[in-house]
Unconditional design. Structure first.
Length: 156
């Protein structure tokens, strides 16, 4: 029996620094909202291993606990709530890699600080870096701080 899925092009970075480009398999129906499952929902779901189709059409199972981040090669369709506060941030991973971009905090105004957002997020959170969507594992973040809103780039 074949299960209907939607392939989303991503680059996945693992804890050892290795990078894989290919497709993750998402459900055509989200469990949390109308529309298809998002990459963030997949990463924050309860599965420990995620199937990924590599460019060679080989399918591998990635241990979710080894994933540092996934970078979407396509624009995410999950809408950002209009009430969400955009927070420009600088994020430093354990590897020393730095990301500068925006997170969107849709918590109530009484919880609108960056620390509130970070302490409320799931295992993976979304950060927009320019036109790219990154989904970063909290477990591999060394530190995060508010950043200059005019800067949105990656350095290694």
């Amino acid at each position: 029996m074949k299960i209907e899925t939607i392939k989303k092009q991503v680059e996945v970075v693992l804890e050892d620094g290795s990078r894989f480009e290919g497709s993750l398999f998402l459900s055509p129906a989200s469990a949390h909202r109308w529309g298809e499952e998002s990459i963030e929902e997949l990463l924050n779901g309860d599965r420990r291993y995620l199937p990924m189709e590599l460019g060679s059409k080989e399918v591998v199972l990635l241990s979710k606990s080894a994933i540092v981040m996934a970078v979407s090669k396509e624009k995410e369709t999950e809408p950002i709530p209009t009430t969400a506060k955009k927070i420009p941030v600088e994020l430093v991973l354990r590897s020393g890699e730095t990301l500068r971009g925006d997170v969107h905090n849709d918590l109530p105004k009484t919880h609108s600080r960056l620390s509130d957002y970070l302490n409320h997020t799931d295992a993976f959170f979304h950060i927009e870096v320019g036109v790219l969507n990154f989904f970063v594992s909290n477990g591999f973040v060394r530190l995060m701080k508010p950043a200059d809103p005019d800067e949105a780039h990656i350095s290694r």
